[in-house]
Design a binder for this molecule. Structure first.
Ligand SMILES: *Cc1c(COP(=O)(O)O)cnc(C)c1O
Length: 223
């Protein structure tokens, strides 16, 4: 199967119900260009250096999403161009993104990462932490951040019931933030959940944005 065929198959499965972030991490520019030529404009990367390198050498109408764990000291490298940062998981990172947004005179779109998996290794806030963090004062300070929703990663397991429960819990956190914090904010509308193995399940549970890598670009050489 070619990348183009894979992409079409994934888009057919999604059937317009969610946005597709094609996760191109570890793949060479030629592969990204195949997806580009097939019409895909939203690409996701999880390493800052790789993201910057690909941004510099590929067409400028690509929307680059940072989907991986982001350290505060690296925000400056992507702040001028990144379209969406999925994994905002600390207050410090939020404030750094705001500062770098100001320097670049642009609002940087972000998703708040929520810890939904049972695994300790995954990052993210709890619901309680978010409700405590997102005070009117903090939100008024974040003039160069656009909070567009939440992101989560399910446990790496074959247990679909567990994955479904974790997706439900992310949808619940989104709904709670929507009704308690972002009441009149139409920008707060995205739930980024679902990867190659579970994006169909994620869409059933309310995902608006899926991050699909290996089903489009093939298996990666390293994790
Ligand atoms: C790698 C990655 C994906 C894509 O994973 P696949 O299983 O290859 O679809 C999605 N989200 C994040 C955060 C990732 O790091």
């Amino acid at each position: 199967m070619s990348i183009q065929n894979n992409l079409q198959a994934v888009l057919k499965q999604i059937d317009g119900r969610a946005k597709l972030v094609a996760v191109s991490k570890t793949k060479p520019n030629e592969d990204l260009m195949q997806a580009y030529e097939a019409g895909q404009r939203v690409l996701g990367e999880n390493k800052v250096q790789e993201l910057v390198g690909k941004y510099e050498s590929l067409p400028k109408d690509i929307e680059w999403h940072m989907i991986g764990h982001l350290q505060s000291n690296k925000v400056k490298y992507i702040a001028p161009f990144v379209s969406l940062i999925h994994g905002v998981d600390t207050e410090k990172l939020l404030k750094t993104i705001n500062k770098e947004g100001k320097k670049n005179n642009r609002k940087i779109a972000c998703l708040l990462q929520v810890h939904i998996a049972q695994e300790q290794t995954k990052f993210g806030f709890s619901e309680e932490e978010l409700l405590n963090l997102l005070t009117p004062l903090l939100l008024s300070e974040l003039k160069y951040v656009e909070l567009k929703g939440v992101m989560g990663m399910a446990t790496f397991t074959n247990d679909t019931d567990q994955i479904r429960q974790e997706f439900k819990s992310l949808k619940n956190v989104f709904d709670k933030l929507k009704t308690q914090v972002f009441v009149n904010d139409s920008c707060f509308s995205e739930i980024s959940m679902g990867m190659s193995g579970d994006y169909q399940l994620a869409i059933e549970e309310g995902s608006t944005m899926v991050r699909v890598g290996s089903s489009i670009f093939g298996v990666r050489n390293y994790h």
